[in-house]
Design a protein around this ligand. Sequence first.
Ligand code: GAP
Length: 454
Amino acid sequence: MKTFNMDELIAYCNQYGFIFQGSEIYGGLANTWDYGPLGCRLKNNLKDAWRFYFIQRRENSYELDADILMNPMVWKASGHLDGFSDPLLDCKECKARHRADNLINSFDETANADAMTQQEMLEFIKDKRIPCPVCGKSNFTDIRQFNLMFATKRGVTDDSSNTVYLRPENAQGEYVNFQNVQRTMRTKLPFSIGQIGKAFRNEITPGNFTFRTIEFEQMEYQTFCKKGDDESLYDYFKEYGKEFFEYLGLASEHLRYHDHEKLAHYAKAACDIEYLFPFGWGEINGTHNRTDFDLARHQEYTGKTMEYFDAENNERYIPYVIESTYGLDRLVLAVLFENLVEEDLEGGDTRVVLKIKPFLAPIKLNVLPLIKKRHAEKSKELHQMLSKYMMVSYDEAGNIGKRYRRGDAIGTPFAITIDDATLENNTVTVRERDSMEQVTVSVSELIPYLIERL
Ligand code: GAP
């Protein structure tokens, strides 16, 4: 059995309609990717799984859909305008632009650029004469902080007072609506607000396909609690995140925790869950103890109270926030790497199969007439009937073996074949993707049979 490397996965995604290069016919735009029909299905199934795990299964848990554009003062208060930046330097020889911390970490695996100041990074690069990865020379400019937020203008005048930002994280939408949700849902602490939505960052470093992009989707989850309950909730969400990934089918040996030494400006503690991608360990989730930082700042900048009234103890306080955040695009990538294999079959043949959990599969069932002329009509009738219950595809082109293989390659857990027996006694052959076993099932039993196994 063979797993896929990055180039093979990119080719697979393009061949089967999961992910295409963004603006492909114009030569693309760096670090942008478009999700095709199967990629959309997979993404939506992951969103549904997150909703089930975080919104439906947990008590006092509410979903929100806040706008991407927010009042720019939000980003002043949150600290993103002043502090959300990367340390960049340019090669004076070839003009290539690099992140100083990446230069250091990839030159010396034992060095920890995250723990260095800007001055320490510059001295390290000079002392070790770290070469430019593009031209090999070691002649760099000073380090400058480069803000990652995309700015745009609203209105008709090109005036700096009209500058608005594409949000770099979902979280602020949840913070500024904390009281709206608390009031309308009549809920008590601890309660949570989750949101799925796009975020934007002007990343200059190479992306590793969809791992690092300039536009991406986050599934963020903020739990508001009383100070003192924050540390146990932080530990709880670290565990819950790993449990969620295992529920999605990521193997525990491909997951690890990475506690942060250098913390974001808002955090008292932070830990990532990393997945073992073919290019190495990469963050797919973060748990952050954001204390009362964000709410207190919004109170300070708006003059509006962000306090919660604790009726049981007759006290008012600004809640602490534990954030549990998931990168949806990175999760799609991890799920594809985890499940995509090329398998050896008897007789020296091979097949590509995406052994994804059935509830995540883009298509649940493939309906196949054995002989197009004789069985297409009945097959189309069954396709119509079954598509009320699940995502079903219909395929009548090519020999049956090839049609099975295409379904395997995109992870379709079941195929049904319609043949003369269907016309005579209303039974179909159901083939299962992983075992390739086939059983005969009566059409009247088909829906419960499939739903139980999906
Ligand atoms: N609200 C906190 C926050 O945004 P983060 O660690 O910067 O924290 C959260 O981002 C998640 O978003 C990460 O764990 C990662 O999965 C995903 N993510 C961050 N930057 C990304 C990028 N440039 N491309 C794709 N996904 C990204």
